[in-house]
Write a protein of this length. Structure first.
Length: 183
């Protein structure tokens, strides 16, 4: 399974690979759940510390292989799950732990200027031969589910990505690409 995410916001949590069905079997999904007030407000801690607490909580609540986040080049907390993690266990643990995430695990509002640049990047990718390239989500993240017509490892994709990088905030220096797992 190949997952590639463009991280534009301050935090992107790739919550789960393989939760759902599609003809090619490649999916990315996010578990949700109610907030809890048993911990200090996430904005009182650094985002990386908050995600570290979330990861520890997930391990304590039935997902023993849940990884700690990594810091991207620009200080963003990034979290990718390896293949084989039980989606039901992740969803159950997330209901117990989501309150530990920055903003309760909900996307932060995206600066309109940044949102416009990320939309321009997506359009540029489509204009340069990647017809199935998706628009960004509300948090500015772009989830790319590899499959026919959308292969992040193809030469066509890499060439379009290089041409379009300047459309991104800070010319692509403010975001990062993250790839997790392969089949």
């Amino acid at each position: 399974m190949r997952i590639r995410d463009l991280v534009v916001g301050p935090l992107l949590l790739v919550a789960l690979a393989g939760c759902g069905t599609a003809p090619d079997g490649d999916q990315v999904a996010s578990a949700g759940g109610p907030a809890s007030s048993t911990a200090p407000a996430p904005d009182q801690r650094g985002e990386h510390d908050a995600v570290l607490e979330y990861a520890a909580c997930m391990r304590d609540n039935g997902v023993p292989d849940f990884p700690d986040p990594e810091l991207g080049d620009n200080g963003e907390a990034q979290l990718g799950l390896p293949d084989g993690i039980d989606p039901a266990a992740v969803e159950a643990a997330d209901r117990e732990c989501k309150h530990l995430m920055p903003n309760g695990g909900e996307p932060k509002p995206l600066d309109p200027e940044v949102a416009a640049k990320v939309r321009a990047y997506a359009k540029c990718m489509r204009d340069n031969g990647i017809a199935k390239f998706p628009d960004p989500g509300p948090d500015g993240g772009i989830q790319i589910e590899g499959g026919p017509g959308l292969d992040p490892m193809s030469e066509e994709f890499k060439a379009a990505e290089e041409k379009c990088r300047t459309e991104l905030p800070d010319g692509g220096r403010g975001g990062s690409t993250h790839q997790e797992g392969s089949k």
